[in-house]
Design a protein around this ligand. Sequence first.
Ligand code: PRP
Length: 178
Amino acid sequence: MPERPYVIDELISAKTIAARIEDLSREIAEEFAGTDKLIVVGLLRGSFVFIADLVRELDLPIEVDFLEASSYGDGMESSREVRILKDLRGAIEGRDVLVVEDIVDTGYTLKHVSGLLRARKPARMKTIALLNKQVRREVDFNADWVGFEIPDEFVVGYGIDFAQRNRDLPYIGTVRFT
Ligand code: PRP
């Protein structure tokens, strides 16, 4: 639970997110057109809302799997050590894979997970992040699709937490301490 009082200012509305997901879904469906072996992999916990909305817009036959990675714990600063807390249920060798992330910040998480999954020899692997904080990048990694470029502010909502709170907000907001 957060220790200091704060308010949340809306940064990206639920409506704007929904419209962007429609566009992204069309691009992803074009990329993977014709495949019947796509596995959409959500990185827990932050991506659970995004992946739910994304797969319902995707006009493709898909399977869904999850992997839990954590580098932040309850803090606001990345530990830069990515821990795999829960692995995929299924094999991905020879399959098409779309990795779904809520936010790319330092880049450690998605770079680490991508390397791990690539070693399992999928036929094709792409990554998508709803949010990207380019200014915070510490490793050389960019997602194939990004929903929104955002400034270097602490964001919450739409799956993203502050000390495990506020994941249930339908929009993306910024945290302001009062
Ligand atoms: C957050 C977020 C991303 C990652 C991005 O996960 O969901 O996975 O950090 O940061 P990075 O680019 O600096 O690695 P967190 O470790 O907080 O776990 P959670 O998804 O369970 O909230």
